[in-house]
Design a binder for this molecule. Structure first.
Ligand code: HPA
Ligand code: ZN
Length: 326
């Protein structure tokens, strides 16, 4: 359709993507076989049928179990290359990808295997598709802050190749305040900062991400809309929100895409972007997200152009690189 063509042809950056969440069932089966790992599904169809979530935790349980097939540097390379190939086809020219080292190091996979596999795919994607990318190391918030400190220490030899740190996993009960010290340490090392906030957690968690973590952007941020003063502050600061419409639908953050607040965010002056979060689990890559929300909310071409422009101005690219894209 015209809309699909317009969206695919719009150069975009993806700012909210968990690389482990791009593991398609077909690759999960292939890696299970390559590594001799048992998985609790008999077929690709059975895996897809299990992707019926009623909240974030439902999804996370399946997402961490799926990641068990990832064992070697080659696995992480193949995982990321599959994502970049798909993203390039969607018109993504720059991607800032999150990875969860603790999901792997806690299973005995060396940090080096994870990151070297990702870095080799990032180089290959730039050579093959001209798609640039950056890495965001995300801390798992259901684990203690000491574990995040240990992860930051493990990452030390690669800090020149890591752009930012993030905060993901189970939000409610694990406020940003729990990680204030480790984010301060990351900032001192020159890393940018992002955090999931206001996906399921209350507006107070968004306030904490701003005040206690000093975030450079907010992942999701939907529930900030419940707090008028917070909305005004986010708008005044030009804070980027990495919104994920199909994720919001699959995790029941919204009941229906027709209720999605993306255009309300834009109308309130918020710098919203559109992203895929965990595309293999939520039923679509970035262009699918643009398309689905554009259809459900009747977004204009101007809105889509604004969203794509926000994805570059909200990126962690240096100013001169941003200028090349907008
Ligand atoms: N929210 C929180 N943690 C996550 C997500 C998400 O959408 N995806 C992967 N880890
Ligand atoms: Zn996310």
């Amino acid at each position: 359709t015209d809309l699909a063509q317009f969206i695919a042809g719009l150069p975009k950056a993806e700012l909210h993507l968990h690389i482990e969440g791009s593991l398609e069932p077909e690759l999960m089966f292939a890696l299970a076989q390559r590594n001799n790992v048992a998985i609790p599904y008999a077929s690709v169809e059975e895996v897809r049928a299990a992707y019926d979530f009623s909240n974030l935790q439902d999804f996370l349980d399946i997402y961490y179990a799926g990641a068990d097939v990832l064992r070697t540097r080659a696995d992480f390379h193949d995982l990321a290359m599959a994502y970049f190939t798909r993203a390039a086809a969607d018109g993504v020219v720059h991607a800032e990808i999150m990875f969860d080292p603790q999901t792997h190091t806690d299973r005995g996979i060396p940090f080096a295997e994870v990151i070297e596999g990702l870095l080799s795919a990032m180089a290959a994607a730039e050579a093959e598709f001209g798609l640039t990318s950056q890495l965001i190391l995300s801390f798992l918030r259901h684990l203690p802050e000491e574990a995040a400190f240990a992860t930051l220490k493990m990452a030390e030899p690669w800090l020149g190749r890591i752009t930012a740190v993030g905060l993901d996993s189970s939000e409610v009960g694990h406020p940003p305040a729990k990680f204030a010290r480790v984010f301060a340490a990351a900032r001192e090392k020159g890393l940018k900062i992002t955090a999931h906030a206001g996906e399921e957690g209350p507006p107070a968690y968004v306030h904490e991400a701003l005040d206690l973590l000093g975030v450079d952007r907010i992942d999701h941020g939907n529930r900030a809309l419940e707090d008028e003063a917070l909305v005004a502050r986010l708008a005044a600061e030009g804070m980027t929100l990495t919104v994920c419409p199909l994720s919001n639908l699959k995790l029941c953050v919204v009941k229906d895409l027709a209720d999605h607040p993306l255009d309300r965010m834009l109308a309130e002056g918020l710098k919203a972007t559109v992203n895929s979060d965990d595309p293999a689990y939520f039923g679509g890559y970035v262009a699918d997200n643009y398309r689905a929300v554009a259809e459900a909310r009747g977004l204009s071409r101007d809105d889509l152009v604004t969203l794509a422009r926000n994805s570059f101005t909200g990126s962690f690219l240096p100013q001169e690189m941003v200028a090349r894209h907008v």
